[in-house]
Design a protein around this ligand. Sequence first.
Ligand code: UT7
Length: 357
Amino acid sequence: MAVPEKVLTNQDLEKMVDTTNEWILSRTGIRERRIVNESQSTSSLGIEAALKALDVANLKPGELDLIICATSSPEYIFPATASLIQDRIGANKAGAFDLLAACTGFVYGLNMAAQAIRSGSIKRALVVGAESLTRYVNWEDRNTCILFGDGAGAFVLEASQEPGGVLSSVLRSDGSGSELLTIPASGSKNPATEATVRAGLHYIYMEGKEVFRFATRVMAQSTREALAMAGLTLDDVQWIIPHQANYRIIETAARGLKMPLDRFVINVERYGNTSTASIPIAACEAIEDGRVKVGDKIVFVGFGGGLTWASLVAEWTGPSAPRKKVDPRRYRVWARLRSLLRRVLRFFEGIIWGRNA
Ligand code: UT7
């Protein structure tokens, strides 16, 4: 996982909009969130998380076959942020694409990568959830600006003859709720113009109450569906790792499932809603502090814009704690040099072709 160093507390927000620490804490469970600085972006956080994940998995970037970047805040409409990550980590044998399913994207991505591996077409995939969603936040809108934060998390998936890994998944969408959570302008329907910017249509718009109702309805239901598909029951599950949008949403889902809250991994208090990054960040923390152990059955459950939702049941077969202290710098320097070299080569190629044309 990777999160920016800069922390924005509820007390900071009290100075920006008409809100209070008490209101935010009691309605959402959030105390603080991380915010990108000017030099950070979705890909820079994604790169850092990707390099750490590769190190933990003991793999070189060149061994990856596929990179999926689930993101709600891509750096561009195109090229894909996944391609930027592929280049900068030096994964020169990997395909790369972005996956847009809003906050549910990471669970969708995990399932896609697992199925690609299961089909035999690839052996290793990197799934990244990366966000700099605060770049789309209207800091004058107290309905939304208190909720979101930035960060990234990454998993490496690998083919194996051992049982475990992804056991089942349920992916769903209901586009009739598309207007409840959206960035209304700057896509092809409403391209960015002076008028759209003046109207603030390039910011996140959310009908919070409706989204809250939807989230609490689908979380328990899809968790049960995914478990039934895997032939398991809630009693077989050690951990539920839900999308971290609001403490009260997780609380309601726990009640719906009749499961104690202490079997849910919850860190919304420290990071707010980091969209696609929230599940891998929560998972990473729970693995590093020893809560999630090899052999544990886990349900990842996400929901968000689209509307979309998904549950995925997995048996954790990965490392139970970091193998060693990770220093992503050594990859970063080489990747940067390689990327630079390729650019220089392309430049000279251009001159040669220009001369021949
Ligand atoms: O990642 C995907 C998805 N997003 C979510 O999952 C978000 C889901 N929704 C939510 O988490 C909650 O709906 C919110 C946290 C966004 C809002 O909580 P709520 O309990 O649903 O509050 P509300 O929107 O019904 O607003 C209650 C009152 C309103 O005032 P009135 O009309 O009762 O006078 C709001 O204007 O609270 C007011 N309010 C605030 N007050 C202080 C709204 N935002 C704030 C604020 N500070 N930041």
